[in-house]
Ligand binder design. Structure first.
Ligand SMILES: Nc1nc2c(ncn2[C@@H]2O[C@H](COP(=O)(O)OP(=O)(O)OP(=O)(O)O)[C@@H](O)[C@H]2O)c(=O)[nH]1
Ligand SMILES: [Mg+2]
Length: 872
């Protein structure tokens, strides 16, 4: 297979990435004349915002062939504010060219890139650029690369290069020592295993070294595709000049074709199928349309509306969780009379395209907050909102995003028992490695607490950003372990566990040894020797951590890490006291401990006891009423005592009220009649007869063989049996249908059953007897004069010969005929229980569906709301 290498060009700002990319295009004959970033006519930096500032903001693709082999290069931005754009591309690269500018050397951002390339396991070629500039020294550059990045950085083709290559493999070393040669295969595998980093020196501007670089990549680079059916990874979403949504992807195996129906996979879950309507191969801002794209291609596709960066198509490929995250937060100030929700919608669109933009909506204050990487990103954002949506926004002065974690394990418990509610949760919060975020697991056996409740509790742990008790900042880098929990046979609803879980987490934090985290910079100072004393003093004052200065000639280099808050503005100070001879570059490293925690905590003045949205207290039931018990007194009231005295669990599953009253039936009938006119069907008059052996639930669970399962749902019966849907449907039947379809669609993603939702079409206009696919389910509208239950009966009969079939229908009415066919009947309430829908969650889902219709992306939130969150 001809190699088709996806090559990323990475470096700190202004190292010459775009210039090098254009030099490659020129040398390979893909373009006739290289543009120049300085003349604002670059082939790649085409965006006005890029040309104005002379920097790359968006990564760009270009294609060329070198000696008969196709290459796709991705030129990435070097500015740290746009590093998210660069990080996304890493997941699709076969190899990277790390450009280091000879005059400025390895910068702090170069080290960040080096760290990321290691995390994403990308083979690296190093191009030392600007060798045409006076004072540059090949040996000095190489020794810096060796000392700061890796001793296995070596100039290609030299004796040292083959020596290093041989050192990466024992056998190769032996034959090298004997015969003095190393095979190209050994070099190639060393490069691809990231054990050897070939370096090429040159000048992109003068087109020197470009050919050598391309030859080196061609010799040792490989295309990392695999055999097998089609699969691809999506790394970026953007829009073309006409506003069409583009999904950029790399085909990792098989072939992509236009009109191919594709289902995305996100977090291990597969979504609906969508059709690719077009394939585009981009080079700069121009593209060539195509009918297909072979393995190894990097291209853009149109037609995929729901995918986002990080999704995979076809067989799942493992993905890396993004490393970089925004560290500043700004409040958006909207012009007079601007609708907040419309503006929020705009920012949500941009959030989808920009990996380092997080949009937060503060419901209480009705404010939009933006989390970004830095001020330049913010300025570009303001400009983009103006250009694309005609909206002029301003921002407040912004602040650092703090986070909180714990230093040692802490136990917490939450109890929630207002009248006719019940839930108790015990958990432990353990510190986890820096940068790992929040994770959840359970230590509870399913004998103690049913799996469904455990899953629900873990979902509640993961579904929201829990706030710490020091400053009310997001909790991170902890593992929450469920240690015990209890539900009540009758009174527990899912929402109760949410309350108990949130309270337990907050109570644990109130008792914990809390740690305030803040963003830190990785910095590199270059200054004349005589100023190092002053610099080290300043760094100590900042609470920085630093290595001993390295001195060469009269110049000292200091590598340090310091809190963003303290290091900001130091660039200017350094320049002043060194009279312009010292410089510093920085890049965000990640979150570390705040050195002056107490001072910051008292300055921010957060009082966890007054944060009524995030209570640590518990609610107990006393004389038939709920009473609040303070968090520090709650432990002695908990129903679950410590291990030894814990009584055998009484709970198992949700209580199901299967005795629907006659009044309910009459009400149901009235609603039907109001909607459809006089009901012809017999179902309302049928006497409730029950054949005992067929409803024996314990028997049915044990004896059932594992077969593909069908779940047939009698749509209107379920709608009218679920109070919220009934209410929604009372006014608008169409809305009820859509809600139920959406709920079942989300549920279909988590269960193994084929779900068929059946509605009586009899008198529903536009749908005379049809079947349609709706996301992951099928919806059937019966023919005129054919009732849903006669349809279901027939279908159940046919399907149940080979499959396990369950039929969900109304509560009080027994469908004997269905049972007779071998299908199992479940009531609407049982279905609801199976989906883990409770009143409060139903309300939440309905809110989210309303949002979805407004165009707000709630995919994940909805799935989570339906109980599809991660389980351990
Ligand atoms: N002397 C010299 N200047 C160069 C060379 N390569 C690039 N430059 C100059 O360096 C500046 C930055 O070049 P770009 O190609 O925009 O750098 P970049 O790495 O793409 O920058 P960003 O994308 O903004 O991070 C421009 O003024 C170029 O003309 C080179 O080999 N020699
Ligand atoms: Mg550039």
């Amino acid at each position: 297979m001809a190699k088709n290498i996806a090559l990323g060009i990475l470096a700190h700002v202004d190292a010459g990435k775009t210039t090098l990319t254009e030099s490659m295009l020129l040398k390979s004959g893909a373009i006739r004349k290289a543009g120049r970033v300085d003349h604002r006519d670059s082939f790649l930096d085409t965006d006005v915002r890029e040309r104005e500032r002379g920097i790359t903001i968006y990564d760009k693709n270009a294609m060329f062939t070198w000696k008969g082999y196709p290459f796709t290069v991705i030129d990435t931005p070097g500015h740290t504010d746009f590093a998210g754009e660069m990080e996304r591309a890493l997941s699709v690269l076969d190899a990277a060219v790390l450009v280091v500018s000879a005059p400025s050397g390895v910068q702090s951002h170069t080290r960040t890139l080096w760290r990321l390339l290691d995390i994403y396991q990308v083979p690296v070629f190093i191009f030392v650029n600007k060798m045409d500039m006076p004072g540059t020294d090949r040996q000095a550059s190489l020794s810096q690369l060796k000392s700061v990045l890796s001793p296995f950085c070596e100039e290609t083709g030299t004796e040292g290069f083959y020596e290093r290559a041989a050192e990466t493999d024992e056998q190769a070393l032996e034959s090298y020592l004997e015969g003095g040669t190393v095979s190209e295969e050994v070099v190639k595998s060393a490069v691809n295993a990231r054990k050897l980093f070939p370096c090429v020196f040159g000048s992109a501007l003068k087109h020197e070294g470009t050919e050598n670089l391309l030859d080196t990549i061609l010799a040792y680079g490989t295309s990392r595709t695999t055999d097998g059916p089609f699969s691809a990874r999506i790394y970026k979403i953007s829009r073309d000049g006409r506003g069409e949504r583009l999904a950029f992807l790399k085909v990792t195996s098989g072939e992509l074709k236009v009109r191919m129906p594709l289902g995305k996979t996100r977090d291990g879950e597969t979504g609906d199928e969508e059709k690719v309507s077009g394939i585009r191969f981009y080079s700069g801002d121009k593209f060539t349309p195509a009918q297909s794209a072979p393995a190894g291609s990097v291209c853009a596709v149109t037609g995929l509306k729901s995918v986002i960066a990080g999704d995979t198509l076809g067989q799942a490929v493992l993905s890396v969780k993004p490393v970089l995250e925004p560290v500043f937060t700004y409040r958006v100030m909207l012009p007079e009379g601007c609708d907040r929700h419309t503006a929020l919608g705009y920012f949500r669109i941009l959030e989808e395209e920009d990996p380092l933009l997080r949009v937060k909506w503060n419901e209480r204050h009705q404010e939009i907050y933006l989390q970004v990487m830095g001020e330049v990103a913010l300025e570009i954002l303001a400009r983009t909102v103006l250009d694309r949506f005609g909206l002029k926004v301003a921002f407040d002065s912004g602040s650092i995003l703090y986070k909180e974690t714990v230093a040692s394990p802490a136990n917490g418990a939450g109890h929630y028992e207002p009248l006719r509610h019940y839930a108790e949760v015990h958990l432990r919060i353990d510190p986890a490695p820096r940068g790992s975020g929040l994770s959840a697991k359970s230590e509870v056996s399913t004998d103690e607490l049913a799996l469904s409740w455990q899953r629900l509790i873990l979902t509640h742990v993961l579904e929201k950003q829990h706030l710490g008790v020091l400053t009310g900042s997001p909790l991170t880098d902890v593992t929450v372990t469920l240690t015990a929990g209890r539900a009540h046979l009758k009174h527990t609803e899912g929402g109760d566990f949410r309350q108990a879980t949130y309270r337990a987490i907050r109570q644990a934090l109130m008792k914990a040894e809390n740690v305030l985290l803040e963003p830190w910079y990785d910095m590199r100072l270059t200054l004349p020797n005589e100023y190092t004393g002053r610099a080290l003093n300043d760094l100590t004052r900042m609470g920085a951590v630093f290595d001993a200065p390295v001195s060469e000639n009269d110049i000292s280099y200091i590598s340090a890490k310091a809190p963003v808050r303290k290091a900001e503005g130091y660039q200017k100070e350094l320049s002043v006291y060194t009279k312009g001879r010292g410089s510093m570059n920085l890049s965000v490293y990640g979150y570390e401990k705040c050195p002056d925690q107490d001072e910051i905590v008292s300055r921010l003045g957060y009082d966890p006891e007054r944060d009524t949205d995030n209570p640590a207290d518990s609610v107990f039931c006393s004389h038939g009423a709920g009473v609040l018990v303070k968090w520090n007194e709650a432990d002695s009231h908990m129903h679950i005592k410590d291990e030894a005295e814990r009584p055998a669990s009484q709970e198992d599953s949700y209580s199901v009220n299967r005795a629907a009253t006659l009044a309910d039936d009459d009400e149901l009938k009235a609603i039907f009649e109001r909607t459809y006119g006089k009901i012809e069907r017999k179902m309302f008059d049928r006497p409730p007869m029950l054949r005992k052996e067929q409803t024996d639930e314990s028997a049915r669970v044990i004896t059932l063989p594992k077969r593909p399962e069908y779940l047939l749902v009698d749509g209107y019966n379920v709608i009218f049996a679920w109070p919220e849907l009934k209410q929604a449907a009372g006014g608008d039947l169409d809305r009820g249908r859509r809600l139920l379809s959406d709920i079942l669609d989300s549920y279909a993603a988590q269960c193994d059953a084929h779900i068929i939702l059946v509605f009586d079409a009899y008198k529903v206009r536009h749908n005379p007897g049809s079947t349609e696919k709706y996301g992951g389910i099928e919806i059937v509208y019966t023919k005129e004069a054919q009732t849903a239950d006669s349809y279901i009966e027939k279908l159940a009969y046919e399907l149940s010969r080979l499959n396990r079939v369950r039929v969900a229908t109304s509560d009080g009415l027994e469908q004997l005929i269905i049972l007779g066919s071998g299908a199992l009947r479940m009531s609407a309430q049982e279905l609801r229980q199976e989906i883990s829908l409770t009143e409060s969650r139903m309300r939440e889902i309905m809110d989210k569906l309303a949002l979805k219709r407004m165009g707000v992306n709630v995919g994940d939130a909805l799935t989570r709301a339906l109980g599809g969150g991660e389980t351990p």
